[in-house]
Design a protein around this ligand. Structure first.
Ligand code: F6P
Length: 330
């Protein structure tokens, strides 16, 4: 076996924060790698809430059969308020010790990693993180688990909307997820070939948007699609549509909010692949004695980043994509 570490006997895994397609593939990989390395595997249900409540279950290789293709998370998830308190974290750490759990793998987004950092720093618990969020807004990895599937769900929906938009000569505003980040919006916008995209990281004013739409109309476009991230700087899709309509009543405007449909569904090949690789990498990081870190993929290679860098660094969105979209929407 490549990695030996007699000090580690039992490894637990949990999912936390918003669910993301591919989390099950990551759980499967963590459990199977743990068993491959002849360690005991334990699942924790309902994220940090379950860690505090002691909602644990021993896992075998067969416990994770037939889940690689399923969306959601078989371990359930939560945005735990109790874990934000000192008492909650103390309880969680005490439970882990009482269960003789030597290391914990957490799968989630930025909130999950902030929690993991506290557990690692305050209580010296060996924690390794796997990036799992549809938002893709985590530093230390090019892609988070769930992002690719969510983008595929979005472009499928936009393709369908385009059919009806062009039949009726309508202007559609399509709202996608991303409270604080425009990764889903920007990637889906270019892949679906929309006229404009509004994201939290970059301001496009309403007059600028209208100029774009008017230019399109002059260039004989009879319908237009605008993707809006839910945390867009100029407002959400409803608000923007209302402002545009106010000034240009000749537009027949519609709004579609895609919502939680983006969080579910069968994970894509890319998400299953990174989830599987990162699940193994997380267990191997623990066996190598590397904890307080997140495993990720940068330029197609495994990257191991300390939690502190993950939580303080804002992942930069490539605004060059705007320029490309501008060219393509002519
Ligand atoms: O973090 C993932 C995410 O889907 C965001 O894009 C979205 O803003 C948020 O979660 C919604 O969270 P909830 O399901 O708790 O309402």
């Amino acid at each position: 076996m490549l990695y030996e570490n007699p000090k580690i006997k039992k490894i637990a895994v949990l999912t936390s924060g918003g669910d993301a397609p591919g989390m099950n593939a990551a759980i499967r990989a963590v459990v199977r790698a743990t068993i491959y390395y002849e360690k005991e595997s334990v699942a924790v249900y309902r994220g940090y809430d379950g860690l505090i409540a002691g909602d644990y279950e021993p896992m075998t290789a067969r416990s994770v059969s037939n889940i690689i293709q399923r969306g959601g998370t078989i371990l359930k998830t939560a945005r735990s308020k109790e874990f934000m308190t000192t008492e909650g974290r103390a309880k969680a750490a005490a439970n882990l010790r009482a269960q003789n759990i030597d290391a914990l793998v957490v799968i989630g987004g930025d909130g999950t990693f902030r929690g993991a950092t506290r557990l690692y720093e305050e209580y010296g618990i060996n924690v390794v993180g796997i990036p799992g969020t549809i938002d893709n807004d985590l530093a230390g990895t090019d892609y988070t688990i769930g992002y690719d599937t969510a983008c595929n769900t979005v472009i499928k929906a936009i393709d369908a909307i385009r059919d009806t938009a062009s039949s009726h000569n309508r202007l559609f505003f399509i709202e996608v997820m991303g409270r604080d980040s425009g990764f889903i919006a920007l990637r889906s916008a270019i892949a679906a070939g929309v006229e404009a995209v509004l994201i939290p990281e970059h301001l496009i004013t309403i007059p600028e948007l209208i100029t774009k739409l008017e230019t399109g109309a002059k260039n004989k476009k009879t319908s237009s699609l605008v993707v809006v991230a839910e945390g867009g700087k100029s407002g959400n899709a409803m608000e923007i549509a209302a402002k545009v309509e106010e000034q240009f009543s000749h537009y027949d405007t519609k709004v579609t909010v895609l919502g939680h449909v983006q969080r579910g569904g069968t994970p894509s090949c890319a998400d299953r692949e990174i989830a599987s690789k990162l699940g193994v990498a997380a267990v191997e990081a623990i066996l190598m004695g590397k904890t307080g870190v997140m495993v990720g993929i940068i330029n197609n290679s495994l990257a191991i980043t300390p939690f502190e860098d993950v939580v303080i660094t804002k992942k930069v969105i490539n605004l060059e994509t705007f320029r490309i979209n501008e060219i393509l929407a002519v």
